[in-house]
Design a protein around this ligand. Structure first.
Ligand code: ADP
Ligand code: MG
Length: 666
């Protein structure tokens, strides 16, 4: 019988069980998936002269030459001097190990592993193991070094792994035979043995590849099998949707049409939708949201649209009013700013069902608001909301359909794990006629040229944004603040109207300024990154970001997306200071190279790691044991291909050759 519980493993008691759990193992079988974090190659000896600062561990044969005691805190401590086969000398400091005095007879030969230090040409060690038999020190093998926790020790961990391996041997296959063959994978028994106890370091790579593939494949298979089979059913496009689409001065892009069909299908099915709609800034997600809202409203449901800021909510409400009110849709706008009587009226209308579409901030989902029949919730810029807020909003309806929109594209690999529980619709093509934004990296010395170039744009009647990392002067730093630059820019562009926007302005003031910017009364805005999200002013053609190295890739991409929203050429100027870090340099060069938000997201993940991207290191992020979302891109594609094939051919995993896949655990 194979061991099942952790405490079934010899020498594992309650304390070790706790430590192993902290390492991610909940049962004995899980131990096999604790991958060594490194390996120590003890096949060839390492003598004293091989020790380096980076790798101070030696394992070799020594001869005991001299013993003495020196005074220490413990009273006195044994010092044993010995030499290796090169004749190099090592001092062993035997703290609390007086028993070694008897054992280490002068002239005797021993095998040792030690972490050594070199000081003034003399090697010493206080951390060593010493044995007569080289096998006891695993000489001649490659030994795994495990991640540890609590009181666990490397030796103990190796014994635990060995015991579990023996108990499970031979480890059963986890993939159908042809998948092993086609993808050049090892069988799992071999892979697990070589992961933990390789005979060549090359073995580890191959073993890891198999285990990473399996992990990704199983994930992909689950996702593929859960997807509704693509029935030929075509959702009906309702009269109002048609009317809206026909009223537009442009036609929808093929991706907009595609994602609309995906969403309509979900809205028509009995299962509540959880779908992420991702597409670059300006790709036309909002329009998709309105059309899909009409689809649900036609069935008598209420729709709520939530934006992360007051400002955006207002902009969306204005846009929706323009497009939808003429179709007889009853819209309301609700934020924290709407108070007293008008709020009471809105609350009543929502509860009685006199409103079809409610647009607002999270105020929509504050305690008092009740909907008569909330069927569909749309969340704009979903990454701006916490999980808690999303949950609160779900509670307002009875399992409403949920569409989350994001202009921060998620790399496919990350989407697979972090967003594994939701469907994803993607808009990749931009509306026709858009000209790619031209991005310039501007050094401090070239700022004057930049200001002149922007002046030309002003003369053409175009508008601009100037973005700075902070609002006010800060004694410590020489960053240019919004307030000072607002004054400075006035002297550079004396006749041109401008305004300052930042988070400390009153909501009303901010809205007034943005309205004036939108209708052209104001030619440029000086701001912090508050303009980052969603603001839509097609006539603005210049985005200047000073101290741009201070901004993350996602923020830079969002900011740049404020321009290039029409068929006029647009420019983004990223001003950087002379003290650029390597990472800063890398970010700016990515920005210069591409406008593609998906590519930028991939690069961002490569630079920062996936945890940071979700901004959500712990919650929900599925931990992979063997695969890496950053470096295993090729495996992800292979795994997906195989998983999609199986899901298509044998969704129920009924075929004999797919029987191994029915067992979800090891
Ligand atoms: P997103 O929300 O994805 O950032 P928006 O929905 O705000 O993008 O769209 C940006 C602008 O492009 C809007 O002014 C919108 O009217 C316009 N737009 C949307 N779809 C199209 C299209 N198919 N062709 C041309 N313009 C479009
Ligand atoms: Mg938007």
């Amino acid at each position: 019988m194979a061991m099942t519980r952790l405490t079934d493993i010899p020498s594992v008691g309650k304390a070790a069980e706790k430590d192993l759990k902290a390492l991610g193992a909940s049962n004995a079988r899980d131990i096999l998936d604790i991958a060594p974090r490194a390996y120590e190659d003890r096949r060839r000896g390492r003598r004293l002269s091989d020790a380096t600062v980076d790798n101070p561990v030696i394992y070799c044969k020594i001869e005991v030459e001299k013993k003495s005691y020196f005074p220490s805190k413990a009273g006195r401590t044994l010092r044993v001097e010995c030499s290796d086969e090169n004749g190099d000398r090592l001092s062993l400091l035997c703290f609390s190990r007086d028993y070694l005095d008897k054992m280490l007879v002068i002239g005797s030969m021993w095998y040792i592993t030690a972490k050594v230090q070199k000081y003034k040409g003399v090697y010493s060690s206080a951390s060593f193991e010493i044995k007569k038999d080289p096998k006891e020190l695993l000489f001649g093998t490659i030994i795994p070094i495990y991640p540890l926790c609590g009181n666990l020790k490397q030796n103990q961990m190796r014994h635990i792994v060995k015991a579990v391996l023996d108990s499970y041997s031979p480890i059963a296959d986890r993939l159908p035979e042809d998948i092993y063959e086609r993808n050049g994978l090892m069988h799992h028994d071999q892979a697990y043995h070589l992961l933990h106890f390789p005979s060549e370091l090359e073995d580890v790579k191959k073993a890891r590849r198999t285990l990473a593939f399996t992990e990704l494949f199983r994930l992909e298979l689950e996702i593929s099998r859960e997807k509704e089979p693509d029935t030929k059913c075509r959702p009906v496009i309702t009269a109002k949707e048609k009317a809206l689409i026909e009223s537009l001065p442009f036609s929808l892009t093929s991706d907009q049409l595609k994602v609309l069909q995906e969403i309509r299908k979900d809205l028509d099915s009995a299962k509540p939708m959880t779908r992420l709609l991702q597409g670059d800034v300006g790709s036309g997600k909002t329009l998709v949201a309105w059309i899909s809202a009409l689809h649900e409203i036609a069935k008598g449901g209420q729709v709520a649209f939530m934006a992360p800021t007051e400002l955006l909510a207002r902009q969306h409400a204005d846009g929706a009013a323009q497009l939808l009110e003429k179709l007889g849709i009853r819209i309301c706008f609700l934020t924290g700013e709407v108070k007293n009587k008008s709020r009471a009226l809105l609350e009543k209308a929502l509860e009685s069902g006199d409103i079809d579409l409610a647009i607002g901030t999270h105020a929509l989902f504050s305690g008092k608001i009740k909907f008569k029949n909330l069927k569909y919730v749309i969340i704009d810029e979903q990454h701006r909301f916490g999980v808690g807020q999303r949950e609160a909003l779900k509670q307002k309806g009875k399992d409403p359909h949920i569409l989350m929109m994001s202009a921060t594209p998620i790399p496919r690999t990350l989407a697979l794990t972090y967003y594994a529980d939701q469907e994803i619709s993607t808009i990749k093509t931009m509306p026709a006629g858009r000209i790619p934004i031209k991005t310039y990296l501007v050094s401090e010395k070239k700022r004057e040229d930049m200001f002149r170039a922007i002046d030309v744009e002003f003369k053409r009647g175009h508008q601009a944004y100037f973005v700075y990392p902070r609002i006010e002067e800060d004694g410590e730093s020489d960053l240019r603040p919004v307030k000072r630059m607002f004054e400075e820019l006035k002297t550079i562009y004396p006749p041109i109207s401008s305004a300052m926007v930042h988070s400390r302005l009153e909501e009303e003031e901010k809205n007034r300024i943005l309205a004036d910017f939108k209708n052209g009364k104001i030619s440029y805005l000086v701001s912090t990154s508050v303009v980052e999200v969603g603001i839509d002013v097609p006539n603005a053609t210049c985005m200047v970001i000073e101290h741009s190295e201070r901004f993350g890739l996602a923020a830079l991409h969002q900011l740049r997306g404020r321009v290039g929203r029409s068929d006029i050429p647009s420019y983004c100027f990223l001003v950087f200071s002379d003290s650029l870090t390597e990472e800063g340099k890398e970010r700016l060069s990515v920005m210069k190279q591409t406008n593609d938000g998906f590519l930028i997201a991939e690069k961002d993940m490569a630079i920062r790691g996936p945890g940071d991207i979700t901004g959500n290191k712990q919650s929900g992020f599925m931990k992979l044991k063997h695969a890496s979302l950053v470096t295993d891109q090729d495996l992800i594609l292979l795994a997906k291909k195989e998983a999609d094939r199986i899901a298509k051919e044998d969704r129920g995993l009924l075929k004999a050759e797919n029987a191994v896949l029915r067992n979800k655990e090891g």
